[in-house]
Design a protein around this ligand. Structure first.
Ligand code: SF4
Ligand code: SF4
Length: 161
């Protein structure tokens, strides 16, 4: 009972403080000012340099929100692997399921930060040429599951039917 009273008093104190001083609304005010000043910069959704352009995210997206865009100058990542395209998210079609991030092979196979994220991909510093030479330490079953999603662009549509 005593604990409940303490929790109640602490809650009431926080709310009064919030109402009187707006003490926890600093971030919102900053955001509001940035919007009013037109200073909001859209966040990056794709880390274009470390992305290997495999198209897996595009295959795994259930709403066709991802298009693969050809790049002007293809990049040879390693022998036999040339990057020719990078993904772009159509935010109007995105339902924030995170499939793209979770099935990105950099994350799914190597446990590194995925190179696509529907909100903000952040800073991705993987050295791709070294990463691709690393052994993959997950089970064959899991590899087969991931490979199925990455290689078959109709799989999610089939699962929905
Ligand atoms: S998070 Fe958005 S872009 Fe990514 S797979 Fe889901 S719907 Fe597609
Ligand atoms: S799955 Fe990852 S590495 Fe492959 S194209 Fe998409 S973002 Fe790039």
């Amino acid at each position: 009972m005593k604990n409940l009273i303490i929790i109640f008093l602490e809650g009431a104190y926080s709310n009064i403080k919030r109402i009187l001083f707006a003490s926890d609304r600093v971030t919102d005010m900053e955001l509001r000012n940035k919007i009013l000043e037109g200073k909001i910069v859209p966040t990056d959704k794709v880390a274009e340099v470390p992305c290997i352009g495999c198209g897996g995210c595009c295959n795994a997206c259930p709403t066709d929100a991802i298009s693969m865009i050809p790049i002007e100058e293809p990049v040879e990542l390693m022998e036999g692997l040339v990057k020719r395209q990078i993904p772009e998210i159509d935010e109007l079609k995105c339902v924030h399921c995170y499939n793209c991030h979770d099935f990105c092979p950099l994350y799914a196979l190597f446990g590194e930060a995925g190179t696509i994220h529907p909100n903000d991909v952040g800073v991705v510093e993987s050295d791709i040429s070294k990463l691709l030479e690393k052994p993959v330490k997950i089970s064959d079953d899991k590899i087969a599951f991931i490979a199925q999603f990455l290689s078959d662009s109709t799989i999610i549509k089939k699962r929905k039917d």
